[in-house]
Design a protein around this ligand. Structure first.
Ligand code: C2O
Ligand code: CU
Ligand code: CU
Length: 536
């Protein structure tokens, strides 16, 4: 297929150099709002006042939509005080963490310019690229250096994202703000927008969820318990704003949501002011649109997962409020062999979530409000939802053998098959052209692990021995959740649970390729809960 030789021409790169110079700094407005600064005395205001408007990215600035064209762009990793951002310029428009817009079949040319005082690298989360372009961290871009990505977009339309991947520093760089969305368009996406009369930025919103800590406490300095369980912030932000509100009209809205949090899982639901739950329609997942919409009332979204949902405000009236909230769940975090620093707080670790005493934090599984929708304005047209959304590739027939991958904790570290990441070892060898099934089995005294595979989207075939509350949300006899019906690149595996997935490893690259399987709880990942996957 696409040759990955560098075909950038000299004129293009010269132009890039010039553009790059003009965007030496991220826009002065970055970060737009650290509403955290305004929070309560302990910095952890868990109130429910929605006083700030939702930030909706436009055609420039923070999260602005940057349409990738024929010419390469420069993405500059830069610091601005304690915040980090990718900056870019195009046609005199300046961006911070741009939403990179492209479409299936396009060729993307992006130069990463590292102006940080430390190495970094960009990984295109969810994209089916070769190792050279995957940015898996085994090759780093040193301070002052540039790296040129060039790849064909082989994925279906959907919401993907990009973030740094330097092993050991990924969590700190992402928490610092270095990440952005990648919006891949295709026929099916266009058809959906047309059928539902959706306007991006208006009736179609992208919502990026990230929990932060207040002010100085948000500077990434994990305590031992944070390193073990993950970096949890007590201030849930949506598009960089703490508990925002947004005005909508009484019609359907498409919400495309990314969980960009280091460690937190959200149990998302919409609650009306009379206390009832507003039903949702799941349209898509990590790897694009579902075959048909799936009705549900709540959705679990673990770190790095994306959901594409339709919220119907058509049954509400002007003056009503609807709250996007994360509902309570038992995070089941428990380790049998807690390191001394955590054991010191006097808990045995048998009920590990009780020992999660993250400084000023909202523990994983605690309920909170994320944002408020205020219904107003005229009741507009509300076209019906198409019954068919896409043609999803089918899962291959269940192979007789599954590759076992055991998730657990030993000798102070989270592990996969008792191993931690070793850049010199390749524990998973996949023969060329293979279609495999993998069995992800999480030990009962563990933590939920958001397992992510680079380079491939997969199907979730079944869940077994799931926690009770999860079984209650299942949509079929295989224990699958609504999001399991779509293509996935990240799947949450609960303590005691087994999740079987099917992966089609066929790829068009002439050479064999190296990818990664890891937990997307970034503290788990940085501590080595990651294995190399060699695909022939
Ligand atoms: Cu989004 Cu290797 O990760
Ligand atoms: Cu990835
Ligand atoms: Cu994990």
């Amino acid at each position: 297929m696409t040759s990955l030789k560098h075909s950038f021409n000299r004129r293009q790169w010269l132009r890039m150099g010039a553009a790059g110079a003009a965007s030496a700094l991220v826009p002065a407005s970055w970060p737009k709002l650290h509403a955290a600064e305004a929070a309560g005395a302990n910095g952890c205001d868990t109130g429910t006042a929605f006083t700030l408007p939702l930030f909706v990215p436009g055609m420039d600035g923070e999260g602005g939509r940057l349409v990738l064209g024929r010419d390469p762009i420069v993405l500059k990793a830069a610091t601005n005080g304690s915040a980090l951002a990718f900056s870019a310029t195009m046609d005199a428009r300046r961006f911070a963490n741009p939403t990179l817009a492209t479409s299936t079949g396009a060729t993307v040319q992006i130069a990463l310019d590292n102006t940080l005082p430390e190495p970094t690298v960009v990984h295109w989360h969810g994209l089916a690229v070769d190792t050279r372009n995957d940015g898996n961290g085994e090759t780093l871009v040193q301070p002052g250096a540039q790296f040129r990505y060039e790849f064909a977009v082989r994925n279906r339309g959907g919401l993907y994202w990009y973030h740094p991947h330097p092993h050991g520093s990924t969590a700190r760089q992402v928490a610092g703000g270095l990440f952005g969305l990648m919006d891949v368009d295709d026929e099916e996406q266009r058809a959906l927008r047309q059928a539902l009369e959706l306007t991006p930025g208006d009736t179609e919103l992208t919502l990026v969820l990230q929990d932060r800590r207040a002010g100085d406490a948000n500077r990434y300095a994990p305590a031992p318990e944070d390193e073990l369980y993950g970096w949890y912030g007590c201030l849930p932000h949506v598009n960089g704003v703490l508990r925002p509100f947004h005005r909508v009209t009484a019609r359907r809205y498409r919400l495309r949501i990314l969980n960009a949090s280091n460690a937190r899982t959200y149990r998302l639901a919409l609650r009306r002011d009379n206390g009832s739950t507003l039903p949702l329609l799941l349209l898509g997942t990590d790897g694009g649109l579902l075959e048909r919409p799936v009705a549900c009332t709540e959705l679990l979204v673990s770190p790095a997962e994306r959901i594409d949902v339709l919220a119907d405000f058509g049954s509400t009236s002007a003056g009503d409020f609807v709250i996007l909230e994360s509902r309570a769940f038992d995070p089941m975090q428990a380790v049998t062999n807690v390191p001394p620093a955590t054991a010191a707080d006097g808990k045995s670790g048998e009920h590990g979530h009780d020992s999660l005493r993250t400084t000023g934090s909202l523990p994983d599984g605690a309920p909170f409000a994320l944002m408020q929708f205020r219904i107003g304005g005229p009741r507009g047209a509300n076209p019906p939802v198409p019954s068919r959304l896409s043609r999803m590739p089918q899962a291959h027939a269940n192979a007789d053998e599954s590759r076992p991958l055991r998730l657990g904790f030993a000798k102070g570290r989270w592990r996969i098959n008792d191993r931690v990441y070793d850049p010199a070892a390749t524990p998973i060898e996949v023969p060329r052209g293979a279609r495999e099934t993998w069995l992800l089995r999480n030990y009962h005294a563990s933590a939920p692990h958001a397992m992510h595979l680079h380079g491939f989207q997969f199907h979730v075939l079944e869940r077994e021995t799931s926690p009770d509350f999860l079984a209650g949300l299942a949509v079929d006899a295989k224990g699958r959740l609504p999001t399991d019906l779509g293509l996935k690149d990240t799947v949450l595996v609960w303590p005691g649970e087994s999740v079987r997935i099917a992966i089609d490893f066929r790829h068009p690259f002439a050479e064999s390729q190296m990818y990664l399987l890891h937990c997307h709880n970034l503290e788990h990942e940085d501590a080595g809960m990651m294995l190399r996957v060699h695909v022939g």
